[in-house]
Design a protein around this ligand. Sequence first.
Ligand SMILES: [Zn+2]
Length: 447
Amino acid sequence: MALWFETALLETGWAERIRLTLAGGRIAAVETGVDPAPQDELHFAALPGLPNLHSHAFQRAMAGLTEARGGQGDDFWSWRELMYRFVRRIGPEHCEAIAALAYAEMLESGFTRVGEFHYLHHAPDGSRYADPAEMSGRIAAAAETAGIGLTLLPVFYAHGGFGGQAPGAAQARFVNDVDGFADLVERARAKLPRNGVIGIAPHSLRAVTPEELSALLPIAKGGPVHIHSAEQVKEVEDCVAWSGRRPVRWLLDAAPVDARWTLIHATHVDADEIADIAARGAVAGLCPITEANLGDGLFPAIDYLAANGAFGVGSDSNVRIDAAEELRLLEYGQRLSRRGRNLLASDARPATGARLFAAAVAGGGRSLGVETGLAVGRQADIVSLDRSDPAFGGRSGDALIDSWIFASRRPVDCVWRGGVKQVEGGRHRYRAAIEARYGVALKDLLA
Ligand SMILES: [Zn+2]
């Protein structure tokens, strides 16, 4: 099968009159400057799919339910209490139904792979399901239903605060010991969909002791390692009180942080931490929509990009699922605080949206353990833009991406994931069935 595009952002840059031959879910050949063959599907502009490096899929179902004032001083921690209350009710069927909808929406917005930071392992009372990896299996099944690429990151969670504090009752569903976790990861590995990747996610320095962190790393078997690093100021203060060091500093000093690692929400970092993350080649996992929604703070993106730091974006709480909006908000946060424009562009790539998109495709791929971009041999994860959106009128090259990120209202036409067209006309091919199942789950959950 071959797809023909008027224009495409290839690994080597923009090209015109492109023909991509797909075979076995991958790009088998790339021809440029050619006419379409009679059987080819014809499209407007092709971009590589964007990886979504950080998701808690189940939280999609509580989107919009935490936006009412709950008393004095709503913040991340009061939000977490509401989230924990929601967690108590979610069973395997709810989890799968919610995740399938979240993943279909990710594909519709231009994400083609998700890093699922999955910590909802056990039954509501903390007891094990008959299959300890039941919930991981539900995540894999949801990814398969929606057809999104999955990098599963089972979470290790053992403590309720720095220094090995006992977990609270609300955290019982997340908790494992190291041996139990190793068993869970192996069972989850056996459930991965095709082209699935598995890594590990020590939850945070709040939830994992230094000894546990060392013991966990071999369980990844070379796969990605993700950790929540410095999302909250209180988290930084508690870490300093515990160790004398800020959390990212602690990780860089005490753990073998390298290009396999992703530091989720490296929001609160100083100049030395920025320079060191960049030098190690670790990926900063930025979640601008959720970080804004939760009032986390602003990542120092200008300084980090100036240091050539790698980053990707994640939809995290999934309060809104929108690939372009994550990148737009990343830039807008800087504009609002620095009172300037095009602050995350570079001399080499002055188009702000295009620069952020290209960097997030590369960094997201590194973070999720896959090679991204449109080139021979890569997985056929492709997004086509919708030519009927007037926002794309007369645009070409990087201006197309800038218009997607900053201006378009219906940017995405088709999305292929592993060579299969999952989205057409901006709509997932199974949206009706996925929505119906979600509706049944929500009725039950919120009853
Ligand atoms: Zn998270």
